[in-house]
Design a protein around this ligand. Structure first.
Ligand code: NAP
Length: 248
């Protein structure tokens, strides 16, 4: 793509955490950014306001629960209606409901799979026709190292995150002839609400398992997204691991 100046970008779940860092990274390079949120209205509006101060060509907070196919499609259609095109879709929105399988209910399973896997399909399904018509587009799916190696208490989350990796490869194959690339990023443990809600004792044990001896930062994921968008024209169907070596 070469430059983000004027490019239209959607980041799902961008009111905080990794999504916020991605929106900021792409926005400060001059993109028009849609900061999607489901519940965190104030946070998303604050992100959009700060993006405008930091050099984004445009920034709006847009509500949509991407686990709902109708709302996911509305997010994409409203973006194109507002800005005339869609260059970059970053699927980042995610939840976790951690329980051993013994205690995990069918509802726990369904809710996580619906948000963390089906939601990615819903947004891509809605976005692909615009990108195919443009004959250009970049799609980046935030998965997790947990989808590659499993994790105790993460049956629903690991299944959804592994699903993203397979889905990314299929989408990459189907969209390649339209010059639309589709890649996945698998973060390791990253310092966000999702990580800091883990009890301190567990976090201490986690850090001991990471060869580089620390958790990652949201900015480290955002930099990789920026690289794939700007310099990734010949990269598709790939899974980029940014995990401090916890999974090799
Ligand atoms: P986070 O701080 O908990 O943020 C999650 C974001 O997802 C929030 O902005 C939330 O927005 C949004 N979201 C959740 N359900 C949504 C829905 N149905 N529709 C729209 N937005 C929704 O988590 P994070 O750590 O930044 O995680 C971001 C992504 O990275 C997730 O996919 C996660 O699985 C992945 N990841 C994180 C880690 C880690 O250690 N932090 C590691 C590997 C992968 P609302 O508050 O508005 O609902």
């Amino acid at each position: 793509m070469g430059t983000l100046a004027g490019a239209v970008v959607i980041v799902t779940g961008a009111g905080k955490g990794i999504g916020r860092a991605i929106a900021e990274e792409l926005g400060q390079q001059g993109a028009k950014v849609v900061v999607n949120y489901s519940r965190s209205k104030e946070e998303a509006e604050a992100v959009a306001a700060s993006l405008l101060e930091r050099g984004a060509a445009a920034a709006v907070a847009m509500q949509a629960d991407v686990s709902d196919a109708v709302q996911a499609k509305r997010l994409i259609d409203e973006t194109v209606h507002l800005f005339g095109r869609l260059d970059v879709l970053v699927n980042n929105a995610g939840i976790n409901i951690d329980r051993t399988m013994k205690n995990m209910t069918v509802e726990d399973w369904d809710k996580v799979v619906q948000t963390d896997l089906s939601g990615y399909f819903y947004t891509i399904k809605a976005a692909m026709s615009y990108m195919m018509e443009q004959k250009e587009g970049k799609i980046i799916n935030i998965s997790s190292f947990v989808g590659q190696m499993g994790n105790f208490g993460h049956a629903n989350y690991s299944a959804a995150k592994a699903g993203i990796i397979g889905f990314t490869k299929t989408a990459a194959l189907e969209l390649a002839r339209f010059h639309v690339t589709v890649n996945a990023i698998c973060p390791g443990f990253i310092e966000t609400d999702m990580y800091t809600t883990v009890p301190e004792k567990v976090r201490e044990a986690i850090v001991k398992r990471i060869p580089l001896g620390r958790v990652g930062t949201p900015q480290e994921i955002a930099s990789a997204v920026s690289y794939l968008v700007l310099h990734g024209d010949y990269i598709t169907g790939q899974t980029l691991n940014i995990n401090g070596g916890i999974y090799m």
